[in-house]
Design a protein around this ligand. Structure first.
Ligand SMILES: Cc1ncc(C[n+]2csc(CCOP(=O)(O)OP(=O)(O)O)c2C)c(N)n1
Length: 871
């Protein structure tokens, strides 16, 4: 029987100080053993719980309870039979290892600037391979796998064996400009038939995986799609777990009981610069974190080679030694040989020395960590997919650069190792018994066994049994008819004298769309605890807030018409205060057409300041994912959100949005503009199935909205149209969002007080104007043309902005509620003198009028700027 060591709270991976009364301890432990043996584990748990309660009542300090010993969670006797051919799988894994390594080394021999990683996949290979051979189910009804990004070479190398990638692809690793190469990491934009989930920015994979697992439940509970049995797998590095996003969704996953989710953390104990926790234990730390958040934790620490050693260990000396070893030492053991390990690890205690006395140094060298043993990996995955009621994390202990010998295994700088000399390559060949000649090795030839070889037949059979190949991205989804223009009639007709904000109009629009017989069900409204701010509480009652357990309480406001309604089939995703979580939900919904073959239309509405600025990298990942949906930046602008001040006032989101190629960003002023943009967006997303998403800013300033002017639609969509054309205009005033109303007022002042006629242009999108102009430039690079095909033929070859302003006269004064750089986006294509006004600097709180005067974007400021420009 292995003796359990107490765990000290201040260093929970270590053994506590010496036992004050070993005899008494022994008696207690023997009594406990006897209890387990005679009355079973359930009774033992009961008694332990009673003891814990008593200890707590008596204020006896307790050790942290979220840690278990430093060994496999799954006992040998609970291990299932490995169902495949270990031998063939190992051969396949070795070949894939070789091709992955050859790909990186070859690329860097040819072009040292290309980079790439060998050591990460070397540590993850077996973890991936067991998944590919036994667990990952393919297809739109299958599993979703988030791969560790810089282990991509291994995924390519496998697809090469599967015949899905050619030698030419591999030979063009990290050269995707030509269109025939392989992208550095998992990029759906660059490899749209292959990668599903972009994980290249660390931390985004884990949080996206969690919210996608929850989204599967949402689809199921709303009766949209049967998702039972499907799993979401997320592979992450142990260093990656330091990212706030990696940890941000842990409690949600547990709270929602996401047993469709499996995290595999590759604990090779190293990150880029060095050890993840050199002075501690990353496995124990992560175990505490995940268990504390409510996850099922499976530690996959030691290979089958260790089973006999543990079996011979009567006094628990192996564990004692493991517990006193910090990760920095484990790394050194990985980087050294059997002799060193015997001397420094095993020889520390006589009992431990005896346990390995029968083994040679080579035997000791061959002792693998759990994450390199397919049998133990299979056992862990097998348990994870069967676990009910909780998400599972598998903490897999591995060696970074596994198999790279003294060239890379466990070496401090191994992450960056991408050039191996011939001797290292030959060593690798020998280590993995690869059927390659010396010449093959030194020439870095890729190797694929014959189609009818046992290896390839096995590989294909396993994938056929699991539904096909993976990763593979599909776009098979039915088109949906966008709501007809009439559905938006109220917004198009204007509000007459009623003063409303564009935020309120958006909520009305959303409420109407939710009733649409075709699209309604597919809409996913998402908020991060700001629904009341945006006046959306009426939707709580209309469509309900999604809750996987329904509503277990009578809401305080149950007597009111619009009470806080939670329901299992609720439609709103009310995420609480997590913009990162909310955008992850949005991303899951926005890629549902691809991942599930079911088009969904998410509308995530947020404080615009807490959008691009706060979670910009996730928005970038959304573009890479070919997301389709709507983002609404509410209470937008620096001066419309008057009282909130510096950290709430957004002056830059449109600038950031302008950099994202598939983002169509608009800053409308009037309800009809919003309606035209939304309608066209839905048509493009749902009917034409274009890979784009919309960012629309809406404000909280109330004013009356006129009806749609005749013929304005094209201009609204392309970025600008003339709202007030004055006879003999000597000035052109351009403005967007609520500042358009300042421009209108300025036009009136100029006419009334200065007798200067000025035309007023509503700019709905500075960024659309810019993209259009860039695409219109004869020299527009392929990167621009790829995302902005010009809408019309050679007849309108001029940029839209130049066409609009070309036949006008006088200086052009432009203003918005954002930093001047936003208005400056179109400067190169403006035909005459251009004065740009914006809200630069730090925000303030005050009244709108005061703020506009402070920033210089009010009507008077526009008048002053216009007069100066005319001088
Ligand atoms: C947000 C972000 N920061 C930094 C990087 C650069 N980077 C790529 S891999 C890596 C180290 C990864 O370490 P770990 O997560 O432990 O994975 P391992 O390679 O050891 O398996 C770093 C810092 C990145 N890709 N994303």
């Amino acid at each position: 029987m292995t003796q359990l060591y107490e765990i000290a709270p201040w260093a929970f991976w270590r053994v506590t100080p010496p036992d004050a009364d070993p005899t008494e301890t022994k008696e207690w432990l023997e009594a406990f053993d006897a209890l387990v043996e005679t009355e079973g584990a359930e009774r033992a748990t009961f008694l332990l719980k009673k003891l814990l309660d008593r200890a707590r009542a008596k204020r006896v300090p307790l050790p942290p309870v979220f840690n278990t010993p430093y060994k496999n969670t799954i006992a040998l006797e609970d291990q299932p039979q490995f169902p495949g051919s270990l031998e063939i799988e190992q051969r396949l894994a070795s070949i894939i290892r070789w091709n992955a390594l050859a790909m990186v080394v070859r690329a860097n021999r040819e072009h040292p600037e290309l980079g790439g990683h060998i050591a990460s996949y070397a540590s993850a290979a077996d973890l991936f391979e067991v998944g590919f051979n036994h667990f990952f189910r393919a297809g739109q009804g299958g599993d979703l796998v988030y791969f560790q990004p810089h282990s991509a070479p291994g995924v390519y190398a496998r697809a090469f064996l599967e015949g899905r990638l050619t030698e030419d692809h591999l030979a063009n690793y990290r050269r995707d400009v030509s269109g025939k190469g392989l992208s550095s990491y998992c990029h759906p934009w660059l490899m749209p038939d292959f990668w599903q989930f972009p994980t290249g920015s660390m931390g985004l994979g884990p949080i996206n995986a969690i919210y996608h697992a929850r989204f599967l439940r949402y689809l199921e509970n709303r009766g949209i799609l049967a998702t039972q049995g499907r799993k979401v797998w997320a592979f992450a590095g142990d260093g990656e777990m330091d990212e706030p996003e990696s940890l941000a969704g842990l409690s949600l996953a547990a709270r929602e009981g996401l047993d469709n989710l499996v995290f595999v953390v590759n604990c090779n104990l190293q990150r880029l610069d060095g050890p993840v926790r050199g002075n501690g234990s990353v496995v124990q730390e992560l175990e505490g974190l995940f268990a504390g958040a409510g996850w099922n934790v499976i530690k996959l620490m030691w290979s089958s080679d260790w089973d006999p050693l543990f079996a011979r260990d009567r006094d628990g000396v192996i564990l004692r030694r493991l517990h006193e070893t910090v990760d920095g030492e484990f790394q050194t053991y990985a980087a050294t040989d059997g002799r060193f390990n015997r001397e420094h690890f095993f020889n520390k205690y006589a009992e431990l020395q005896a346990i390995v006395a029968h083994m040679t140094d080579d035997d000791i060298d061959r002792l693998r960590r759990g994450g390199h043993d397919p049998v133990k990996i299979y056992a862990a995955y097998h348990a994870a997919v069967r676990h009910r009621g909780q998400p599972t994390v598998i903490l897999a202990k591995t060696k970074k650069g596994y198999g790279m010998g003294h060239w890379g295994q466990g070496k401090m700088g191994t992450h960056q190792q991408k050039k191996l000399d011939d001797a290292a390559l030959l060593d690798f060949r020998d280590r993995f018994a690869l059927p390659l000649s010396d010449d093959d090795v030194t020439a870095l030839r890729f190797y694929r066994p014959a189609q009818d070889s046992p290896e390839l037949r096995y590989l294909h059979a396993r994938r056929q049994a699991l539904g096909g190949y993976l990763p593979a991205r599909s776009v098979a989804a039915p088109p949906l008819a966008a709501p007809a223009r009439e559905a938006l009639a109220r917004l198009l007709e204007g509000t007459r004298d009623r003063e409303q904000s564009t935020t309120m109009l958006f909520v009305q629009l959303l409420s109407q769309l939710l009733r649409d017989p075709t699209v309604g069900k597919h809409i996913v409204p998402i908020v991060a605890d700001e629904a009341r701010t945006f006046g959306m509480q009426s939707l709580f009652r209309q469509v309900g807030i999604y809750s996987s357990v329904g509503q277990l309480y009578d809401p305080e406001d149950q007597d009111e018409l619009l009470y806080y309604k939670e329901a299992k089939d609720g439609q709103i995703l009310e995420e609480g205060i997590t913009e990162a979580g909310a955008i992850s939900s949005w991303l899951a919904a926005a890629t549902s057409y691809s991942a599930h073959g079911v088009p969904m239309l998410p509308f995530y509405i947020f404080y615009s300041m807490f959008g691009f600025q706060r979670i910009g990298d996730l928005v970038w990942a959304a573009a890479d994912s070919r997301a389709r949906g709507f983002l609404l930046g509410a209470t937008a602008g620096r001066t419309t959100l008057s009282g909130e001040g510096l950290q709430h006032q957004d002056g830059t989101s449109h600038l950031v949005a302008s950099t994202i190629p598939t983002c169509r960003a608009y800053d409308p002023c009037y309800g009809y503009e919003l309606a035209v943009i939304a309608q066209d967006g839905m048509r493009r997303i749902l009917e034409a199935q274009e890979d784009l998403f919309y960012y629309v800013t809406v404000m909280n300033e109330n004013y009356a909205h006129p009806p749609l002017p005749e013929g304005a639609e094209e201009g609204i969509l392309r970025g600008m149209y003339c709202l007030q054309r004055r006879e003999g205009a000597r000035l052109q005033l351009l403005a967007s969002g609520t500042i358009l109303r300042e421009a209108i007022a300025a036009g009136e002042i100029l006419e009334r007080e200065h007798r200067i006629p000025a035309s007023v242009w509503s700019v709905t999108s500075w960024t659309e104007l810019r993209w259009d102009a860039m695409a219109a430039d004869g020299a527009a690079p392929a990167a621009v043309r790829e995302v902005r095909a010009r809408p019309s033929g050679p007849a309108d070859a001029r940029p839209w902005v130049a066409r609009c302003l070309g036949d006008t006269s006088g200086p052009i004064v432009a203003a918005s509620d954002y930093v001047t750089a936003v208005v400056d986006l179109i400067r190169p294509w403006v035909p005459r003198r251009y004065v740009a006004l914006g809200t630069d600097g730090f925000g303030r709180s005050n009244t709108r009028a005061q703020l506009r005067a402070f920033f210089g974007v009010g009507a008077d400021d526009i008048v002053r700027a216009a007069l100066r420009a005319l001088e």
